[in-house]
Unconditional design. Structure first.
Length: 512
């Protein structure tokens, strides 16, 4: 963390030697949270059987986490600003570890669902604290580029790593280890953060908590996330689904109206009013819609159509991880101080769209090396290149008192995007599959032909949904190019404080 130099009058800032160690523990915590979004998916069938969870209730193992995490993110970000980010970070880690231990030791459905909800609640405190700590720790443009390159690679590729780790633990140990594995991550990150993380002076927002804002935002986001989750299982025309969307819109509009009037808002509208941050939140949320849909379809394709084991499926995602790490650390981080962010984000999303478009050519006998591998590399390179400047720009120049809620908005856009992507693209795929089976059912007269038709119908459905994902990525690129107009960052200066794209604000900080 930068410290004020021995001669305050000089205005010089000398970096704290512990800032790179702090990055290790912040990144470790972020990896744990991102892993958890996918690692449990692989273990769910085994956990369902062991705990006697019904088919109707198994979705709640995923949904309980998503609702708590998505609904409480803004509240968690505000708590981080109020308590201090380091304290919120450590409390979040401790709570997440305890909830993971509870999930791993679950002896029934109720205990499992409670543990998942607790994981989501503490994750909603931990995730914005981690990103805001990073934002206020690295204020030099070149160092910030490197730090956010690492963070962006983890944020983008951690979900795929979760598929690998989940498959390995489920196949060679048992599903309980997909929970227990979080404990050493959390303990190491908490101890390391306590010892090396420093926080800037004057960075807390000690204003009274906006209780109406907390209630309206939490209920509105929960209704939105649950609406998309329900749409996947009950349909978009279901009365309950429509009611949730209408209720969410009313609650979130009331939240915005409240934030415009109260003295100390939960989410200061100045955070959203900056066109650059608004462009990041919107383009990133859309990109995540496409990406989460792909994780779902490619997992099913590899396991059901190609017959891959959970471990082999996980390792099949390695090219995407390699691409993301390369795009984030070798392209995004190296170019971030040389070119404006939109010239990284827009081409990055378009590169990902090209990779995604290759996957529309999937067939039952598609070669992994000939099509899936190069598609994943392009997708990873593009997403990694785009994610890195997006993560940095979303918190760049924010008033230190608002760093927590600005970070929470990044996570909220990703969480809502993930919920939308899973529900929307899965619905498109299911409709396309149903239509294909209806058109070709007459020709399948033997059990073997019917099995082949089922597989072909699934693949046709995936291809139809992936085309939508390609279009969404193209829109994301257009938004990034049109909305984000800030120039390349200058060394040692945090640009775009929220009052204008050309404003600059130096953030002097001291070590505690």
């Amino acid at each position: 963390m930068p410290k004020i130099a021995d001669n305050p009058a000089s205005g010089a800032l000398t970096p704290d030697p512990g800032r790179w160690k702090a990055l290790v523990f912040i990144a470790l915590a972020q990896l744990m949270v991102v892993l958890d979004a996918t690692i449990v998916n692989i273990a769910l069938p085994s956990a369902q059987q062991d705990l006697g969870i019904s088919d109707g209730n198994r979705q709640w193992v995923i949904t309980a986490y998503a609702l708590a995490f998505g609904g409480l993110l803004l509240f968690g970000g505000r708590i981080a600003d109020l308590w201090g980010r380091k304290r919120a970070f450590i409390v979040g880690l401790a709570g997440f570890a305890a909830a993971s231990a509870l999930g791993g030791a679950a002896n029934g459905e109720a205990m499992m669902l409670g543990a998942r909800a607790l994981q989501g609640a503490f994750g909603a405190l931990l995730a914005p604290a981690a990103l805001s700590l990073l934002a206020v720790t690295f204020t030099d443009a070149k160092e910030r580029a490197k730090a956010f390159g690492i963070y962006g690679a983890i944020a983008g590729g951690g979900g795929a790593v979760g598929l690998i780790l989940g498959g390995f633990l489920t196949e060679y140990l048992n599903w309980r280890w997909t929970f227990f594995v979080n404990i050493p991550f959390a303990v190491a990150a908490a101890v390391g953060a306590y010892l090396v993380v420093r926080e800037p002076a004057g960075g807390r927002n000690r204003s009274p908590l906006d209780v109406p804002g907390v209630i309206l935002s939490t209920l509105g986001l929960v209704a939105l996330v649950y609406g998309f989750t329900r749409a996947e299982s009950e349909g978009w025309g279901d009365a309950g689904t429509i009611g949730l969307f209408v209720g969410s819109a009313v609650l979130l509009l009331a939240f915005v109206a409240t934030e415009a009037r109260v003295k100390s808002p939960l989410l200061p509208l100045r955070v959203l009013a900056d066109r650059n941050r608004g462009g990041v939140y919107l383009s990133l949320g859309l990109a995540v819609i496409a990406m989460f849909g792909l994780f779902l379809f490619l997992t099913y394709y590899l396991q059901i159509v190609k017959g891959y084991s959970p471990v082999k499926t996980g390792f099949a995602f390695l090219p995407m991880i390699v691409g993301m790490i390369t795009g984030s650390t070798q392209i995004g981080a190296r170019l971030m101080t040389r070119v404006p962010p939109r010239l990284l984000m827009a081409p990055g999303f378009l590169t990902a769209a090209v990779g995604m478009s290759l996957l529309t050519q999937l067939e039952i006998g598609t070669s992994y090396a000939g099509l899936i591998l190069p598609a994943q590399l392009l997708l990873g390179l593009g997403m990694g290149t785009a994610f890195m400047p997006a993560m940095s720009l979303a918190t760049h120049g924010v008033d230190p008192r608002d760093a927590g809620v600005a970070s929470a908005m990044v996570n909220t856009s990703q969480q809502v995007g993930g919920a939308i992507g899973t529900a929307l693209l899965n619905t498109i795929a299911a409709s396309a599959t149903t239509a294909y089976l209806a058109d070709h059912a007459a020709g399948a007269t033997t059990p073997a032909a019917q099995r082949l038709l089922q597989l072909q119908g699934m693949v046709e459905g995936y291809a139809a949904a992936i085309w939508w994902a390609v279009g969404i990525l193209a829109v994301s690129a257009a938004i990034a190019f049109a909305f984000i107009n800030t120039g390349k960052p200058e060394g040692g200066v945090v640009a775009g404080s929220g009052t204008g794209a050309d404003d600059e604000v130096r953030i002097p900080v001291v070590a505690h």
